[in-house]
Design a protein around this ligand. Structure first.
Ligand SMILES: Nc1ncnc2c1ncn2[C@@H]1O[C@H](COP(=O)(O)OP(=O)(O)O)[C@@H](O)[C@H]1O
Ligand SMILES: [Mg+2]
Length: 304
């Protein structure tokens, strides 16, 4: 199936440039990287509300006990503490909802400008459809009579990727890190993310990456934003999840979150990404293109 209308086809397999470190590391690794497996076995979720369904219910039903502005960021979401029974946890609440077909700042014009809370929930649901688990749980709930996204606050953070980069700190588990970063890179091309700054990648104490702040993604364009950003290899479950995505499921899952034309763009970009990895598999073989990351707790149930 090809609904992209995208005439650009890749003649050669992707990503021969930036992947030298990856190639070297993978030459000595099995398909299931040892440090990635060790990270998974540490059980990264000590929280009493470990599953997506419990976290969603908590975010929907928790009573607000504290409400303060985020100490950093651009749009300053709210940090809201919720309580249910004995348990308290914070949520990040985003109400921003802007759309302009054309947005000019200085000499730059951005087409199909979107910055919406809806996309934070859409990114969470899409991540779970793809069996990943790198986006914190997010639900739709009103905040001061405005529709809003309430996202699960990721605790036990070490730093943002910006801080890591500025301190020139190498990742503690380099192979697991690259595997996660490559999932992020595919995801960002899929959702046409316009705002994947290093601040919007958080690192927890287990060196797990969390993707946040997807307000400026989900443009309707059929083309990838930057095909060169696709890594040479693709996580196996991610590719299977991409193949599985279809319009009826997306329309149902994204009701009230994405417009039809945003879903059209998403599916067109999906087609391109799948075609690129299919070409790569045909050229280099499945074992050279696919790798597997152990399921993260929240996404285990979604894997097929
Ligand atoms: N789910 C989350 N868990 C922990 N911290 C978060 C989470 N979401 C956002 N933050 C923190 O709040 C900051 C601002 O939130 P963000 O959603 O990036 O909004 P913006 O950058 O538009 O102001 C982030 O840079 C991060 O430090
Ligand atoms: Mg941000």
């Amino acid at each position: 199936m090809d609904t992209s209308g995208n005439p650009r086809r890749r003649a050669s397999p992707p990503g021969h440039g930036p992947g030298i470190l990856l190639v070297v590391l993978l030459a000595t690794a099995t398909a299931w990287p040892a440090d990635a497996r060790a990270a998974a076995q540490e059980d990264p979720s000590p929280a009493p509300l470990g599953g997506d369904a419990e976290r969603e219910a908590f975010l929907l039903e928790g009573e607000v006990v504290k409400d303060e502005p985020a100490p950093r960021g651009i749009t300053f979401p709210r940090f809201v503490t919720l309580r249910r029974g004995e348990y308290e946890h914070r949520a990040v609440v985003q109400t921003r909802d802007e759309y302009r077909s054309r947005f000019t700042t200085g000499s730059r014009t951005e087409l199909d400008f979107r910055d919406s809370w809806r996309h934070n929930v859409a990114a969470y649901r899409l991540d779970r459809l793809l069996g990943q688990g790198l986006v914190p749980v997010a639900v739709v709930r009103e905040y001061r009579r405005k529709p809003a996204a309430w996202s699960w606050f990721v605790d036990n953070l070490l730093m943002s990727d910006r801080e890591r980069f500025e301190q020139e700190m190498p990742p503690a588990k380099p192979l697991a890190w690259i595997c996660q970063r490559d999932v992020v890179r595919v995801f960002d091309q899929l959702i046409y993310n316009f705002d994947r700054t290093r601040e919007n990648l958080l690192i927890d104490e287990h060196w797990q990456i969390w993707m946040i702040d997807h307000g400026r993604a989900f443009k309707f364009f059929a083309d990838l934003r930057n095909e060169e950003e696709l890594p040479a290899r693709c996580e196996k479950h991610l590719l299977a999840g991409l193949r599985r995505l279809d319009r009826p499921v997306l329309e149902k899952t994204m009701e009230g979150l994405l417009e039809d034309r945003q879903i059209d763009g998403l599916l067109a970009r999906r087609d391109t990404i799948v075609r690129i990895y299919d070409d790569a598999i045909a050229a280099r073989g499945e074992s050279a293109v696919l790798y597997e990351v152990p399921p993260r707790l929240v996404s285990t149930a979604e894997r097929h």
